[in-house]
Design a protein around this ligand. Structure first.
Ligand SMILES: [Mg+2]
Length: 188
């Protein structure tokens, strides 16, 4: 096999791994419960506090992850098209991205989202800083587009707080909530 081809295949593998990282991070962080993250942070689990800070800025977080995921997916598609041509690239890359970069990593992240989130919080934070200008630009445009729906968004926020409160009560009954969770409850 041509040495250049081997290098390009390796680049493709690395890009697919990055796509898997962004997809699993999205599932883990968006699916993480604030109360559980606070609990893990108080237990001294490394990265839990950082994951909590990321989760508390969902707009920036989603923009960072989606910028990263789309960037690498487009690079994979462009590179594969150059190597295989548009027909085979579409066929192969759709399957490869679905299996290795979306479904498998996302399913893995749902097993224990808070622990997963704690592990990937640092690299996600690094990407958040790296992508800051792009994130600002995209959130500015999306905020403009979402402006007519802001009223509805605030209702959803209230619903979420209620759900979080119910989770806190359930955890408290199970004896899993620590004294620090009271500060969360009073913040509701
Ligand atoms: Mg992905």
């Amino acid at each position: 096999m041509d040495a250049t081809l081997v290098v390009w295949i390796l680049v493709l593998v690395v890009l697919v791994l990055f796509s898997a990282f962004f997809s699993s991070s999205e599932t883990a962080l968006i699916g993480s419960g604030r109360v559980k993250l606070i609990h893990l942070s108080e237990q001294g689990v490394r990265g839990a506090g950082r994951a909590l800070r990321l989760v508390e800025q969902p707009g920036d977080l989603l923009a960072t992850i989606l910028v990263g995921n789309n960037l690498v997916n487009v690079m994979v598609a462009a590179l594969a098209t150059a190597l295989l041509g548009p027909f085979y690239a579409t066929l192969v890359i759709t399957l490869v991205l679905l299996i290795f970069a979306e479904i498998t990593p996302k399913t893995l992240a749902t097993i224990n989202p808070e622990r997963f989130a704690a592990r990937i919080a640092l690299p996600v934070e690094i990407f958040r800083v790296l992508f800051l200008p792009v994130v600002w630009a995209t959130t500015f445009v999306t905020d403009l587009l979402l402006w007519p729906f802001l009223g509805r968004q605030s209702i959803q926020k209230r619903r979420l707080s209620r759900q979080e409160l119910l989770t806190a009560i359930r955890l408290g009954r199970a004896g899993a909530a620590g004294p620090g969770d009271l500060s969360f409850l009073s913040g509701c």
